[in-house]
Design a protein around this ligand. Sequence first.
Ligand code: EPU
Length: 282
Amino acid sequence: MKIIKNFDLKKILNLNIGGKALFYAKVQNLPELEEILRWRKTKGVNLKILGKGTNILMQEGLFEELFLQINIDYIFPQDQILRVGAGTHLNRLIKFCVKNKLKGLETLWGIPASVGGAIVKNASTKWGEISERLSNIKVLDLKGKKFTIPKKMIPFSYRYSGIKDLVIYEAEFKLEKTKESLDEKIKNFFEYRRSTQPLEYKNSGCVFKNSLEFSAGELIENVGLKGYSIGKVSVSLKHANFFIVKEGARFSDFYNLMEFVKNKVKEKTGIELEPDLVIWKI
Ligand code: EPU
């Protein structure tokens, strides 16, 4: 097991904004994960878990914690049932499904996430959420004890799972055999997103959550904030719930823009926007 000290996390975070981890490790399999959790327990340091680092806004500075990146990557198929390592890229899993004519996860094509991260956030598009096809997850708690948690025990809702203080190392999905061309479907889903979202720029994905009553992008556009910038971060002109990040952007640019947008929307509409990003502050 290799633990790196003072690891620069910024370089592995999608936004390229962030600080250093006092301890950082990447685990490829369950024994490595168990070993590192034992090490953490003896040291008594707090733990933060990373998947692909795409949904995280991190402050600059030194975080005196252990940052653990889950790289456990495998797909074990048994007919329509897939057991998948939590570090597997969601797109790799979906490609596997498309190739093997397994229906159910294709609506999520193009979301840059690990399977574990996508489950914790209950990643979704308009057409579906990852929890719909999930059967169970295998986890370790912070003491290193293993559990299998069936889907019905997890309080999933829109972009929420309630999963906390647990490390997911495997997920099991039950899919449907199909004769349809899933290839065509993923192209269409992605085309909608490509034409409505600024995927051509470095961005954070959606910054705020929607609700049943509103779409955050629409609210932000309606209060006149498309194109508004603070420092090197600006509200996208294409989709107002995306922030575009220029080279050299700081945490404070992004965070202050979020606060500004939130306050303006609250003042003009009375609605309180909630972040969809994970924010790590010292
Ligand atoms: N809209 C505006 N102005 C904007 C953006 C959107 O008026 O600047 C309007 C659109 O015209 C549309 C409505 O708002 O009438 C909804 O917009 P869109 O179809 O783009 O979807 P969304 O609600 O903004 C959600 C998810 C996206 C997901 C898309 C497509 C959330 C917070 N966002 O966006 O997820 O890709 O549906 O399924 O749930 C993400 O997770 O990073 C993300 C972008």
